[in-house]
Design a protein around this ligand. Structure first.
Ligand code: HPA
Length: 256
């Protein structure tokens, strides 16, 4: 697949892209305010990549305060066509064990009170309803899945992402409800990010990293130490995955 300019939005555990040979940083201003930080632009394993840490370079912006509209608008303005979102999640269903990668194919949005659309009736576009039947780009998902198979990373190849408001974690009863709803993983940033990407006609997919068993799924309380430890394992897999995915996106081939 040909990706146009490609961006990675990094989540918790991925505030910088280690192998990115940075050529410049661009401070962007948007009609929706400031993005989470400057866009970092550089060469990643021979391909141009833009990187934006969702929670800011110092991880100071909580999920409900991320300016999702500014982030997506800034990427679109920079000529990005493809966005790979990396996000930490809790695992709800049995296969979503800590340290694993998952490539979700569906989302249920439980967030509230976030700026969730570019189409609020004020602009030229008026009332617009974008299709969200399949919230993630199919081709980009398949690229992620193929790369994971090739590298034997054992990614879970589908699943429904529950987007919760945060920043607190859920109660055990809330997780039971999410499971009854058909959710497999739970995170706090999947929406409105995916919907805004669709509104801007960006190719968008998510690489979720399971940081912990969701509330009530392990019998233990969830600690930040546990999350950090599992994220290290999961992000190591993401870092293995990215060069192959980006190689395929940029020229249809995996890099050596
Ligand atoms: N719940 C919501 N978001 C998360 C979790 C969780 O358990 N773990 C990482 N992000």
């Amino acid at each position: 697949m040909s990706a146009g300019r490609l961006a990675i939005i990094g989540g918790t555990g991925l505030t910088r892209l280690k192998d990115l040979e940075i050529t410049r940083r661009e401070v962007m201003h948007t009609p929706y305010g400031e993005p989470s930080g400057p866009l970092t632009i550089g060469q990643y394993h021979g391909h141009e990549v833009l990187f934006l840490p969702r929670h800011g370079a110092q991880h100071t912006i909580p999920p409900h305060q991320v300016n999702y509209r500014a982030n997506l608008w800034a990427l679109k303005s920079a000529g990005v066509e493809t966005v790979l979102a990396v996000a930490a999640v809790g695992g709800i269903t049995a296969e979503m064990s800590p340290g694993r990668i998952a490539i979700p194919d569906q989302i249920i949005d439980y967030t509230w009170s976030r700026f969730h659309t570019f189409f609020d009736g004020n602009g030229e576009s008026g009332v617009t309803h974008v299709d969200m039947t399949y919230p993630y780009n199919g081709e980009l998902r398949q690229t992620l899945i193929a790369a994971s198979r090739e590298l034997d990373l054992g990614a879970v190849e589908k699943g429904t992402y529950a987007a919760t408001q945060g920043p607190r974690l859920e109660t055990a009863a809330e997780i039971d409800r999410l499971e009854r709803d058909g959710c497999d993983v739970v995170g706090m940033t999947g929406m409105p990010e995916a919907a805004l990407a669709r509104e801007l006609d960006l190719r968008y997919a998510c690489c979720a990293v399971v940081a912990n068993w969701a509330a009530g799924r392990s019998g233990d309380v969830i600690t930040m130490e546990e999350i950090a430890k599992n994220l290290e394992t999961g992000m190591a897999r993401v870092k293995q995955l990215l060069p192959t995915v980006i190689g395929r996106c940029c020229n249809g081939e995996a890099p050596e």
